[in-house]
Ligand binder design. Structure first.
Ligand code: ZN
Length: 303
């Protein structure tokens, strides 16, 4: 049994395997990365919490896939928060944002059912973009349930080859810093049947119960090393802990990209975009603004 010295406890995916029943799992811990992403915007706390949970969920789902490119999770609905997006690149760079387009209901109503009260009726979709000439894998499911956890379980149930369970948590610590965490368990479809099916089903149920015994605080606690938490939960069935993968805030926007977007618009439309003698392009993910003066704009079209 591997039980290596714990690495840093923040901004990581900790993959693990429960040996007896052959279950794969991932623990996601987000600290500074999530605080940076959330605080680039001025979100109401309930929206910030839902975005933070969405990012933790995206990191857990992305880590279950082999890809080289960008994993994107989108939640769309008809409520006051019509869109939440989370990107996880295969190198661990994460970014995300939420759109707030209407007045939010009172906090107690949101807490009772954050997804219906904030996002409303809609769907959850994910894509894997591995660049040009590659297939985009798409998963989509209607939003069903009060919480994001309910919604992702609805997806797992719809997708037969994806026997999985997840736990999510997000919140601010005593210092006011945002944190998020996720734990995900997955049955291995091609696992060698070393034990009979009923025993495997029983082991799966037991593992899910153990996972669900983890409190939100434990998922978020920086001082509880991932390996210690996993060993405490699953030691009876034997838990193997693999090398951690790092996550970090990272946006792909740039001044050159902003210029390309402007350069692709019709000249007549460009003229309508000047405000106070300049055109600004703001990245919806990281809220960075690039400003272009008339000379720079003219150069784009005269080139
Ligand atoms: Zn950006």
């Amino acid at each position: 049994m591997e039980h290596p010295a714990s690495g840093p406890a923040d901004d990581i995916v900790q993959p693990f395997q429960i040996e007896g029943p052959g279950l794969r799992g991932r623990l996601v811990r987000l600290g500074p990365a999530i605080d940076t992403i959330v605080k680039r915007h001025d979100y109401p706390p309930a929206v910030a919490a839902l975005l933070a949970e969405t990012l933790a969920m995206a990191a857990a789902l992305a880590a279950a896939l082999k890809y080289d490119g960008m994993f994107t999770l989108q939640i769309k609905g008809d409520g006051p928060v019509p869109m939440i997006v989370a990107d996880v690149a295969s190198d661990g760079a994460m970014r995300g944002y939420a759109e707030v387009a209407g007045e939010l209901p009172p906090e107690p109503e949101i807490l009772a059912a954050p997804v219906p009260r904030l996002v409303g009726a809609g769907h959850l979709a994910f894509t894997v973009d591995q660049g040009e000439h590659t297939e985009r894998y798409q998963g989509i499911v209607e939003l069903s349930g009060a919480s994001l956890t309910d919604c992702v379980h609805h997806y797992f149930q719809q997708s037969e080859q994806f026997g999985a369970a997840m736990r999510l948590s997000a919140g601010r610590n005593d210092a006011g810093l945002w944190r998020a965490g996720a734990m995900m368990l997955q049955r291995l479809p091609d696992h060698e049947p070393i034990i009979v099916r009923e025993e495997r089903d029983e082991a799966w149920r037991r593992a899910v119960i153990l996972m669900n015994s983890v409190t939100g605080e434990e998922l978020l606690d920086r001082n509880l090393a991932p390996a210690d938490l996993l060993f405490r939960l699953f030691h009876e069935d034997g838990v193997r802990i693999f090398r951690q993968q790092d996550l970090a805030f990272g946006c792909r926007c740039s001044r050159a990209r902003a210029a390309r977007i402007l350069g692709s618009l019709p000249r007549a439309e460009i003229e309508t975009l000047f405000v106070d003698g300049e055109i600004t392009v703001t990245c919806q993910f990281c809220n960075t603004t690039e400003a272009f003066d008339p000379d720079e704009i003219a150069a784009m079209f005269d080139a």
